[in-house]
Design a protein around this ligand. Structure first.
Ligand SMILES: [Zn+2]
Ligand SMILES: [Zn+2]
Length: 270
């Protein structure tokens, strides 16, 4: 059950990002600054979200809004229930809001426009389009206290718009869904393999590595997410990106991969 813990205001600590859940079983990233929590995706039940928040000592009432990348269950299923339980808004673009259906039933939805920056609490958010088989899938560039976080998950390809945001990021949270070799030999049915491989599917380790090499101008912290349980390994994703960066003389980027259906501790955004 959702506990009604009192909202705890934050101190003067640096803003932080926590991957609460990552992978096909559910996705959620918590951004916190000044005691204000922004949850990017809520693809878990309210109970599971509450447990994930408790694990990182973030009271559930820290969460002041939910921001959705797209309507797929592993990103949106807990958004409506959490919004109703906490009486907080869900922010979604028109396509996602229209397609989310029951996931947002009874929730107050604020519709944002793609490409037009908007502010919530201490965060300035710009949504940008990504190619994926959803109604209006979005990635986010979030600016907080002069630092930039980019979150892009569930995308079939990395293009110029994403590249521009990755170039400016201090923290890049990027999908690295599958290793091509593992996908080819996996037991997935052909139609599913084709969906994943398509330009509207998911980003491979090699795709992620290429995008991060292309945009490696400034030193960043890189967190690879949404790894497939069947077609990837955390060490493989991490090393693919790390080795590609090192091969171009950019071993200074900190790279980690969140294991399939795994999470992280809070990471300071510095
Ligand atoms: Zn997903
Ligand atoms: Zn998706």
């Amino acid at each position: 059950m959702l506990s009604r813990a009192a909202f705890v205001t934050g101190g003067v600590s640096a803003p932080r990002a926590t991957v609460l859940a990552s992978g096909s079983a559910g996705n959620a990233v918590l951004l916190e600054a000044g005691g204000y929590g922004l949850l990017v995706d809520a693809g878990l039940s309210v109970d599971a979200l509450e447990r994930a928040l408790a694990r990182v000592a973030a009271p559930v009432r820290t969460v002041r809004m939910v921001l959705l990348t797209h309507e797929h269950d592993d990103h949106a299923r807990g958004a409506g229930p959490l919004a109703r339980a906490l009486d907080i808004p869900v922010y979604a673009n028109a396509g996602t809001a229209g397609a989310a259906g029951a996931a947002l039933a009874g929730a107050g939805v604020t519709v944002f426009e793609m490409g037009r920056p908007f502010a919530v609490g201490p965060f300035a958010i710009t949504a940008f389009p990504v190619p994926h088989d959803a109604a209006e899938p979005a990635g986010f560039a979030v600016e907080v206290e002069g630092r930039r976080v980019v979150i892009a998950t569930d995308l079939g390809a990395a293009g110029d718009v994403l590249d521009g945001h990755l170039s400016d990021a201090d923290l890049a949270i990027l999908e690295s869904n599958y290793d091509l070799g593992l996908l080819h030999v996996s037991g997935y049915p052909w139609f599913l393999k084709n969906r994943i491989l398509s330009g509207l599917g998911h980003l491979s380790n090699d795709d992620a590595a290429r995008a991060l090499v292309r945009t490696a101008g400034r030193r960043r912290r890189i967190v690879l997410v949404h790894l497939s349980e069947s077609n990837n390994l955390a060490a493989l994703a991490r090393d693919t990106v790390r080795d590609a960066l090192a091969a171009t003389g950019r071993a200074d980027h900190a790279v980690r991969a969140v294991p399939p259906n795994g999470c992280t501790e809070p990471m300071e955004i510095v």
